[in-house]
Design a protein around this ligand. Structure first.
Ligand code: MLT
Length: 208
């Protein structure tokens, strides 16, 4: 990946007691940055390495991981390009920081969850495990990828004004039809994350 696009990012090495072999790939929501999800990552897995890139698209100065034309209306061409760039960056970061892409767990919130979902639906994700908070269908692929062996937690808000329940269910169904093992859960919440999202994700990681 000599020519991989560089992302502004944070990398926090694993805790030296080797209590975890995971690297959590932290993908922020619109208007966030590489620092936002570090506390969430640490709470999810106290021993893991953390890799947290900043999205490269700016919408009114707010970083995102791909362009959108309106709320919930995504630029599919841009999604493909940005998903490719992010996948290459993760691979290059693995060589630089010495982690295996297969040990990566993607943890995304909102737009960050959507780029993680896009990477999987494009068959560009080397990670096999993902936690998608408040995710929606990024696009509907013509051909479904083969996601056998992938484990995905989709954690949604029952009262989310941005992600309709039917959209969340369609995402889970697309991933299941691609042979991923998907847990879809709904929190009594809106688009914001709650402590019970965190607890459920922690438990799901332990059960892995
Ligand atoms: C957001 O505000 O980030 C959206 O709801 C999700 C997206 O645009 O990807």
């Amino acid at each position: 990946m000599a020519n991989a696009v560089e992302f502004i990012h944070q990398f926090v090495p694993p805790v030296s007691d080797a209590s975890s072999s995971r690297t959590l790939l932290l993908l922020h929501g619109t208007g966030g940055n590489e620092n936002d999800l570090l506390p969430l990552g640490r709470a999810l897995d106290p021993g893991a390495a953390l890799l947290s890139p900043r999205g490269q698209v700016l919408e009114n100065d707010m970083p995102r991981f791909f362009r959108r034309l309106a709320e919930g209306v995504f630029d599919e061409k841009d999604i493909v390009r940005r998903a490719d760039e992010l996948a290459d960056f993760i691979e290059a970061a693995g060589s630089r920081y010495n982690f295996r892409p297969a040990d990566v767990v993607a943890v995304g919130y909102s737009n960050g969850a959507n780029i993680a979902g896009a990477m999987m639906l494009l068959g560009r994700a080397k990670f096999r495990c993902a936690i998608l908070f408040r995710a929606m269908v990024p696009f509907v692929p013509k051909d479904l990828p083969s996601l056998g062996g992938h484990r995905i937690l989709v954690s949604e808000g029952e009262y989310d004004p941005i992600v309709p329940r039917a959209n969340a269910e369609q995402l889970a169904s697309l991933l299941r039809k691609s042979d991923a093992e998907v847990t879809l859960r709904f929190e009594r919440a809106g688009h914001e994350l709650t402590s019970s999202d965190l607890n459920a994700a922690k438990q799901w990681l332990v059960d892995r």
